[in-house]
Write a protein that binds this ligand. Structure first.
Ligand code: 7TS
Length: 409
């Protein structure tokens, strides 16, 4: 990249894909391509088996016993929209409360904001503390008899915070028994062992392309009784049981929510990604990323001009480090690193409410995955040193040195 070996540190945006994933998809396209769930012919049966086999793999991977609770969608965003449309629109009305955190990705913010605007519900936004963790006192205070839905990220795509989602779900169910809990696991499932069954939430979403899989395939998990009761999200082929001139009835789970021809190759690719991660062991994936994160935090911390957002404790964060270099715009930081072949993200990270809360316009972000190495972290640090030199920064010129996020009011 730009004459240098690529150092890819934009994994929170999307991961690279292993050969095994590409080959599984290629094999499907070349040898087993047919439409699913509708053909009697052998090729169609083969395609259907491969799709449903991928669903079982995904269910096992996240500790879900009943694969019918795994709905394939396009991405985490679509999964959240599905819950808002099918569950939210019917169950959340005027004066009802939706509780979420200020650190949600736009996918888990705008959807609920929009629902609240349409249905007259109240959006309650919980702050995070100086370590990027949900302000528990504010969280508990926000839960009332009117709370209908509570949602939070499992791992923050900016601060890296790992939420204790089991504890948070328990608090919700005790304090607001009528509320459902939706967990955004887009940054968790790719990076650490996740057992949805043990969390105690009602819906959990994640996305294939951040976990070595292809784009265009994501997952909604929902408790069976909720999914059974919810109306379809989209209507058309595949999702029906019987169509007559007057009315129609719906297919069983999960196909009730999978209208039209699904992303068959995408699901198969995700199944192969799950095999790959399972072989590595998710505990090992987490350990590797924690080591890289700890090392990077230590090295970055030595550069006076660097402001790191979120916790300094790698146990409490995923492999995501958002930072700024003194007053330098994050896009300039990213451009200089790019000229060294290092890919990071810069900007608002689809978390503008959080940026506003932190009092910043933008941040640079390095995010790690299985293939990153300590040597790459060294190159990244050398890149930051170059930024400091290019901009001739002297930390004494300004008072930006801080390692904490702005605390809640
Ligand atoms: N939730 C979180 C926590 C995310 O980080 C993302 C994507 C999404 C939801 C949406 O995932 P999608 O597959 O539906 O797009 N996050 C990022 C990011 O941090 N940089 O680019 C995409």
């Amino acid at each position: 990249m730009n004459g240098k070996p690529l150092v890819y540190l934009d994994n929170a945006a999307t991961s690279q894909k292993p050969r095994q994933v590409l080959e599984a998809m290629d094999d499907y396209w070349r040898k087993h391509n047919a439409n699913v769930h509708r053909g009697i012919h052998t090729l169609s049966v083969e395609a259907t088996e491969r799709l449903e086999d991928a669903r079982k793999k995904v269910a096992d991977f996240v500790g879900v016993k009943d694969a019918r609770e795994i709905v394939f969608v396009r991405n985490a965003t679509e999964a959240i929209n599905l819950v808002a449309y099918s569950w939210g629109r019917l169950n959340i009305g005027r004066g009802d409360e939706i509780v979420l955190t200020v650190a949600e990705h736009h996918s888990n913010f705008v959807v609920w904001q929009q629902l609240a605007l349409e249905n007259g519900a109240v959006l309650k936004i919980v702050p995070v503390d100086e370590n990027g963790e949900i302000d528990l006192a504010a969280f508990k205070k926000a839960l009332t008899k009117k709370t209908k839905l509570v949602t939070f990220f499992h791992v923050s795509n900016v601060l890296g915070t790992v939420n204790d989602v089991h504890r948070l779900s328990g608090i919700v169910h005790r304090k607001a028994p009528r509320a459902v809990v939706v967990v955004d696991g887009a940054q968790a499932v790719p990076h650490m062992p996740v057992n949805i069954d043990s969390i105690g939430c009602d819906f959990y979403v994640f996305t294939g392309h951040k976990m070595l899989g292809p784009t265009g395939i994501g997952v909604l998990w929902g408790r069976r009784e909720f999914l059974e009761a919810m109306p379809p999200f989209l209507f058309g082929g595949e999702m029906i049981s019987k169509v007559s001139l007057g009315r129609s009835s719906w297919n069983e789970l999960p196909w009730k929510f999978e209208a039209g021809t699904p992303n068959i190759a995408g699901a198969i690719g995700l199944g192969a990604a799950v095999d790959y991660l399972t072989a590595l062991g998710m505990g090992n994936v987490r350990k590797h990323e924690m080591e890289l994160t700890e090392y990077a935090l230590k090295q970055l911390g030595k550069i006076d001009d660097v402001i790191i957002y979120g916790s300094k404790d790698s146990e409490k964060r995923g492999g995501v480090i958002a930072f700024n270099v003194g007053p330098v715009h994050a896009h300039d930081v990213a451009s200089i690193l790019d000229s060294e072949g290092i890919a990071i993200r810069s900007g608002h990270h689809c978390a503008q409410p959080l940026m506003e809360f932190l009092g910043i316009e933008s941040a640079a972000r390095a995010s790690f995955y299985i293939y990153n190495t300590k040597e790459e972290v060294d190159k990244f640090i050398a890149g930051i040193d170059k930024v400091v030199k290019v901009f001739k920064l002297r930390s004494t010129d300004y008072s930006l040195r801080s390692t904490a996020v702005v605390s809640s009011q």
